[in-house]
Design a protein around this ligand. Sequence first.
Ligand code: ADP
Ligand code: MG
Ligand code: ZN
Length: 627
Amino acid sequence: MSDNNRGPGKDPDNKPGFDLNKNNKFALFFLISLIIMFFVLFLVNDRGAGTEIPYSTFMNYLESGQITAVKIYDNKTIQGTMQGPTGQNTIFDTDIPYFDDFLMEKLRTNNVIIEGAESSAGAATIFIQIIPWVIGFAFIWFMLRQMQGGGNKAFSFGKSKAKRYNQNDKKVTFDDVAGQAEAKYELQEVVDFLQNPEKFQKLGARVPKGVLLVGMPGTGKTLLAKAAAGEAGVNFFHMSGSDFVEMFVGVGASRVRDLFDQGRKNAPCILFIDELDAVGRTRGAGYGGGHDEREQTLNQMLVEMDGFDTKEGVMILAATNRPDVLDPALLRPGRFDRQVVVDMPDLNERLAILNIHVQKVKIKKNVSLDKIARSTPGTSGADLANLVNEAALFAGRHGRNEVSSQDFEEARDKILLGVARKSRMISPEEKVATAWHEAGHALLHYHLEYADPLHKVTVIPHGQALGLALSLPEKDTYSKRRGWLLDRIKITMGGYVAENIKYGETTTGTKNDIEQATMIARRMITEWGMSEKIGFVSYGAEDEPIFIGKEIAQHKDYSEETAKMIDSEIQAVLSRCLKETERILTDNKDQLEKLAEALVTEETLDDDRIRVLLELGPAVKQYEEDN
Ligand code: ADP
Ligand code: MG
Ligand code: ZN
């Protein structure tokens, strides 16, 4: 479900720069005049009207006195009129094959009326000579259209490709955006200003020209910008930063100019530049260095932003998920001087987003959106919109007329973990081994103090994984305690330990688990200061992707000795956790076996089922008291 489909209807007649209908009419007109010209030329030209006869036959007719008149063209062709025996006139043509000295004499002795004429082929010849040019121009014109991509934007290279949404289109409002209270609050000011500019001007307040929405993809930046326009009831121009970038130098800059012109003409309005980082990267940082096309485009944007007054009633919103790479000039006062952070949704916001999107589908009454929200930490609004849609598709595929919780489960697993691959062939032995492995992960949830409750465990393959054990955090936490992290490491080790208990050896299926456990242990020590020996210090850098143009490389900023110490600390944490895990699983081997067997037969077990199997009693649900 992309934002394009959801937005208000597009307005093709308002495409700036070029009008599709006018263009087609022009082409049609051109074609018709061409055809008419063709016919006129052939009608006016009376040559070609007669039958073509050989020169010798012509001579015979001439000598028998049947020819009454001739017209000689350029000494090359003769058009003649011949009177037949019954008195009717026939027109004929003949070519003169050689220079005939006696032709004139013969014509005169036979009393033929002689006329000379310029070759009237002239017009036709010119016409024929024009044709390649016409075709050539038509071809170039066609190529230009193709290069424009849209097919209807010939001669509009320098025009902005902004999509325009009108005041009277179906509106998106802040009610369509769940959560994002701070962002809405900031944007409300933009809305107030667009509706009531005098109020602010009277106060002498300087209203921000541009607001930059900063947030991860899918968090609703585009949606918020549209909603702001909808709330203010003004026109909305939407353009992506990458639309400015074209292969010809100067095109981007002229598109920027055009976009701002459009904005001024249609004030009050909101200009929205999505993915600003596509044009707004720090200057002089690219490969080519110097003044490239992108830099010129950015300069033009800075000039335009400086050059107009908020009094004109034009507000510029932009969105990016890489504010750190933006050119600092863009963020100076008078340009994008206000930044609004659009966060990933937390638990309550996820619930609210789900609530908005399930309005569009029919769901069963017993579906717990709360449970879905809790089981989707780290997902964006776009993911959740997609999840609801996928669930509806699953319901359709299963022939249900209401979306059930099973459909939501399936959709969630598909989005978070890849599609369940029920059809993949797994040998019975492999299935048993997977069951033991997953049972090892799952059982630890019931024996560790700080672990999140288990959501479900399955031996149905998902994506690359043979099986899964999913936990269900009770709420989103942004900081984790040491105890939770250690328990997380132990849970990760559960598969490995269980395989060892059952078979006395392990499989390659433990690779990811080992990586994950090691990663947590390393970060505990090098980033979070959770080791007593090493203490309060940060080693190594963030895992942020490196972008060419800013940092070029990262340095290892510690000595060999420290490296050794870090390694031995990681070792110590991991081996302590492994011992503890081994102790728990061997002490409860009967439970482990029960779980593994149940997994082989039932394939998927949820928390409730496991509690019944292991006779544990119902779970204490904290989160219901919390909310
Ligand atoms: P971004 O521009 O930040 O990448 P979008 O605005 O394009 O994200 O969001 C994509 C879709 O995700 C929206 O059209 C909407 O359906 C959904 N969505 C994202 N955030 C929210 C939200 N807070 N409330 C409701 N729907 C949301
Ligand atoms: Mg977007
Ligand atoms: Zn595992």
